[in-house]
Design a binder for this molecule. Sequence first.
Ligand SMILES: C[S@@+](CC[C@H](N)C(=O)[O-])C[C@H]1O[C@@H](n2cnc3c(N)ncnc32)[C@H](O)[C@@H]1O
Length: 314
Amino acid sequence: MRFVCATMHQSVLAAEVVAGLAPRPGGVFADGTAGSGGHAALLAERIGPAGRLLVIDRDVEALGRARERLRPYGAVCVFVHGNYGDLAAHTAANGFEALDGVLLDLGVSSDQLDTPERGFSFRADGPLDMRMDASGGPTAAELVNRAPEQELAEWFALYGEEPAARRVARAIVAARTAAPLTRTADLAAVVARAKGGRRGRIDPATQVFQALRIVVNGELDALDRGLEAALTLLRPGGRLAVISFHSLEDRRVKVCFRRHLGRWEALEAGGESWIGEKPGVTLLTRKPVMAGATEVADNPRARSAKLRVAVRKE
Ligand SMILES: C[S@@+](CC[C@H](N)C(=O)[O-])C[C@H]1O[C@@H](n2cnc3c(N)ncnc32)[C@H](O)[C@@H]1O
């Protein structure tokens, strides 16, 4: 099955998400990263009029698209403009309890990437913004122009795994001394010069843009909090599906699931003790599920997508 939503964003691993979350009529679900509502529509379709779906996105424009896409499902969907890291607060505020499933499809959507004014893309020039929630918090330009060189280098190394992190940070500080960097094209050009231009398939600015986006949006903190909240909010047998797009995200998902895998250990005094974090989970698949060649050919963004699904134990 291939699913293309009404806008430009193509939902990745759609059939695999549905298989992993196994939505049934009357199910109660949360989509923490609604985007254009593609995956959410598949869930809404399957849970039917007796189901409930909490639809969250921190980007108001995305939430607007999701609302439009999900209009046919009426009151089944409840929309929240917020951070999925605060999932517990959002479910409590909207009367959602004991979830059957949670979906987190991480990162930015093609709609965000392809809108130069949002400042996510090094391919098209736009203001150096990168905030998913444009209603507050520092922009990428503010961070790039005021962070100390050492901190920039740390971000690029840690969150972009950029081998030339120090050289790029030095070049940014030299460039901003002459004039503040305010456009994505300015930053991309500084990074490309510092790295000596393009080598291979990947644009030289890819990792620096990834790092800044992660910092601007506190993405890894939201992920850590969202994963723990989701596992706590699931009913026994409920499922958490996470799609990640780079190794930093996938590693965190894997480590979190592993901490909750746990095991029962026999006690000398008799009985058993749980070794691991609660709630316990089982993994639906040991290895992450990845897109097949046909999906990747159709949607290059799917190339790096990895889906992991955990099932909460009783
Ligand atoms: C890859 S897109 C999701 C696409 C969606 N699954 C679909 O089928 O259309 C990721 C979305 O998650 C949102 N997002 C990312 N981090 C978030 C967070 N911490 N809280 C809420 N929304 C977030 C982004 O604004 C973006 O719209």
